[in-house]
Design a protein around this ligand. Structure first.
Ligand code: PMP
Ligand code: GLN
Length: 418
């Protein structure tokens, strides 16, 4: 556990602006004060520049169902092109509540306890901005999804972490470290399961440990469940279903991953009305409302359990294909139980390639093997114990067509010969 690195101050001594806190928290502020784009933007640009297969940024190369696209087209043609209600269109709020009841037995009032947002990203940032302040501590797992750290930086709160540690059962939560990281200043836990980048699906025991810490410290839990349906054998258990947790939990998801429309940016948050009111208050001045014609289309999609089930089944096969290829190429992989991603440890390959770590490997991978990956340290705090432990790990996505993955695996085999 370490405090966020201090951002550079300006020569006039006015102190860092909010954007500098944000960039610094996401590891994007260089010592000379310049700011980098996110690792996803950097690596996707590298893939375009080099013609390499992009297994970096997680987005599907096949769109979601045609009938959902047609519903959005119809909504546009029928004139649903002006501002949607601030909370989201009623049919989508009702569909979110029905989805939570059908899958998890959660009772959610669509009128007071659901807020539609511009993707999960806005729900996360609005929740963190709404409910934390400088001096508060916000705990995440480490590694973590980059926007969680950026939003904590934006709010001025202090980011503390508990590590996920790789082992034979996947990346598992260090429960002792979690308890040690939870000081009396803990205000919020931002949890992500199924977890990007490790592919971990937290077990009931791990969730119970997080819930116990939240109750003990009277902290709010914000759960990022965007991969809720993309699990491979492991069961996803929402934090809000644990005893005594619904009253302190904001549950966030989005249609991007579940229905393969990452560009539509339709997300939502639900929880107790008082917490949702706080989030709405911030959200309405970030974007006011979100994508009017996409909302009725996603309302329709949310009644469809078959599409995500089929996607998860096909992703499990694609995971196996990529994992086998990475092992054949000389990586050690930790098999993910969910998400779009696998973490691969390059420790044995690096000396043969004359490379130092995962960052160097990712920079050289397009030229060495025609593939793009993301270094695991992009999901860690600079210099943290987790960043050191995962220095040789890289993250790759398998949400690509099977023929694309086969070609990537063939190319990666070249690393063995190098
Ligand atoms: N949380 C996690 C863990 C993610 O991986 C992503 C995006 N891939 C998001 C949030 C953002 O979701 P959205 O595109 O709906 O904003
Ligand atoms: N969530 C996706 C990933 O982790 C893409 C995120 C992004 O580009 N901001 O790759």
């Amino acid at each position: 556990m370490e405090d966020s690195p201090a951002p550079r101050t300006d020569p006039a001594g006015r102190g860092p602006d909010r954007w500098q806190h944000t960039a610094s928290a996401a590891g994007l502020l260089a010592d000379d004060g310049s700011v980098a784009v996110t690792i996803f933007a950097e690596m996707s640009a590298l893939a375009v520049r080099t013609g390499a297969i992009n297994l970096g940024q997680g987005f599907p190369d096949v769109d979601g169902p045609e009938y959902v696209k047609q519903a959005a087209v119809r909504a546009i043609e029928e004139g649903r092109n002006q501002y949607a209600p601030g909370d989201g269109v009623p049919e989508l709020r009702r569909a979110v509540a029905a989805h939570q009841k059908r899958h998890y037995g959660l009772d959610v009032d669509p009128d007071t306890e659901v807020l539609v947002t511009t993707g999960a990203t806005e729900a996360l940032t609005a929740s963190i901005l709404a409910l934390t302040r400088p001096g508060d501590e916000v705990l995440t797992l480490e590694p973590f999804y980059d926007s969680h750290a950026a939003a904590i930086g934006m709010s001025g709160a202090t980011h503390v972490t508990a590590p996920l540690v790789p082992g034979p059962d996947g990346f598992r939560l260090d429960v002792e470290a979690l308890r040690a990281a939870a000081s009396p200043r803990l205000r919020m836990i931002v949890l992500n399961s199924p977890h990007n980048p490790t592919g971990t699906v937290l077990t009931p025991g791990e969730l119970a440990a997080v819930a116990a810490v939240a109750r003990e410290r009277d902290a709010i839990v914000v759960t990022d469940e965007v991969y809720e349906h993309l699990t491979f054998g492991a069961e996803h258990v929402p934090m809000a279903t644990l005893p005594g947790m619904a009253e302190r939990t904001l549950t966030i998801s989005s249609s991007g991953k579940t229905f393969s429309f990452t560009g539509w940016k339709v997300g939502w948050v639900h929880g107790p009305a008082t917490l949702v009111t706080a989030v709405r208050t911030v959200k309405q001045f970030l974007t006011y409302t979100s994508g009017a014609p996409f909302q009725p289309a996603i309302a329709l999609a949310l009644d469809d359990d078959e599409t995500p089930r089929a996607l998860a089944a096909s992703l499990a096969e694609r995971r196996d294909l990529l994992c086998a290829g990475l092992e054949a190429a000389g990586f050690t992989v930790t098999r993910p139980a969910g998400t779009y991603f696998v973490m691969a440890d390059a420790t044995e390959l690096l000396p043969r390639l004359g490379l130092r770590d995962g960052v160097e490997l990712c920079r050289r991978l397009p030229e060495l093997a025609g593939v793009v990956a993301i270094p695991a340290t992009a999901f860690c705090r600079a210099g943290s114990p987790t960043a050191r432990a995962l220095a040789n790990h890289v993250r790759l996505t398998f949400v690509k067509r099977e023929d694309v993955l086969r070609e990537a695996v063939t190319r990666l085999a070249a690393l063995r010969q190098a």
